[in-house]
Design a protein around this ligand. Structure first.
Ligand SMILES: NC(=O)c1ccc[n+]([C@@H]2O[C@H](COP(=O)([O-])OP(=O)(O)OC[C@H]3O[C@@H](n4cnc5c(N)ncnc54)[C@H](O)[C@@H]3O)[C@@H](O)[C@H]2O)c1
Length: 256
């Protein structure tokens, strides 16, 4: 059974990790997928993989921190695929990992520009298409770091907490338009983002990964597809009564 047949999905940060897996899964379930990213080589390769497996996908270069870029690409996507029904606000960066009093204003703003402003710009420019279509589903990638603190990555925590509440507020604003807005809160998922944190950690990659595994009651970090299935569910009509909710997919991390 194809769960999002005929719908048009925009996935930001679709070249790698969680975004890549979400784009592939949505396409496998019948969506026409706009794979968007700033990493053109990997983004093109995701679109190719979709096409080679019989799906519909196209890559667009899109820096979510630039409103002009978002507006232009969304116009092109709607022109190419007919509308926008699903928006996966996935693009995000970890940013600097220093205590708060050592962070420069520029380092702070860099994270917020992508992780918060990006979600704002993409939501702003997707909503009119969804209103015209009579509904839609917006999925915002927050984090367990949007729910609890971990004494690291201060601007990242700030940004993911903001995304959690932007989700609930937009869910209320657009409920009357039948646009559902939900957030997903992954635990640690082994992606290029986490691998980079591991490589840069003082204890080294293997010890870092073991430490992460141990922080999840299920005994290991997650895989991108664990999150992609949550995206697919929230994007589909199976979730038609779900809005303003936070889907925690974290191997038990925040249950402790
Ligand atoms: N991996 C985890 O453990 C984890 C946990 C919780 C939340 N998340 C969130 O999930 C999302 C995806 O994370 P990931 O681990 O797959 O990351 P990743 O670094 O593996 O992939 C992120 C993608 O976003 C793209 N990107 C970065 N800046 C961008 C910009 N300005 N415009 C467009 N694209 C941009 C990158 O090029 C990359 O392809 C992020 O929002 C992240 O904060 C990840």
């Amino acid at each position: 059974m194809k769960r999002v047949e005929g719908k048009v999905a925009v996935v930001t940060g679709g070249a790698l990790g969680i975004g890549r897996e979400s784009a592939l899964l949505l396409a496998r379930h019948g969506a026409k997928v706009a794979v968007t990213d700033i990493n053109d080589e990997e983004g093109e390769s995701v679109a190719r993989e979709i096409a080679e497996s019989g799906g519909t996908g196209k890559y667009w270069h899109l820096d979510t921190s630039r409103e002009d870029s978002v507006a232009r690409v969304f116009t092109e996507v709607a022109h190419e695929f007919g509308s926008i029904d699903i928006l996966v606000n996935n693009a995000g960066i970890a940013g600097v990992n220093k205590p708060t009093h050592e962070i420069t204003a520029e380092e702070w703003d860099t994270v917020l520009r992508i992780n918060i402003n990006g979600v704002f710009y993409c939501t702003k420019h997707a909503v009119p298409y969804m209103q015209k279509a009579g509904g839609g589903s917006i999925i915002n990638m927050s984090s367990i770091y949007g729910i609890v603190g971990a004494a690291d990555l201060p601007p990242y925590h700030a940004s993911k907490g903001a995304v959690r509440l932007m989700t609930k507020n937009d869910a209320l604003i657009y409920a009357g338009d039948n646009i559902r807005v939900n957030s997903i809160h992954p635990g640690f998922i082994w992606t290029p983002l986490v691998e980079k944190l591991a490589r840069e950690s003082p204890e080294g990659l293997d010890a870092f990964r073991r430490g992460l595994d141990n922080r999840h009651p299920l005994g290991h970090v997650g895989e991108p597809e664990d999150i992609a299935y949550g995206v697919l569910y929230l994007a589909s009509d199976e979730a038609k009564f779900i809005t303003g909710s936070e889907l925690v997919i974290d191997g038990g991390y925040t249950a402790q």
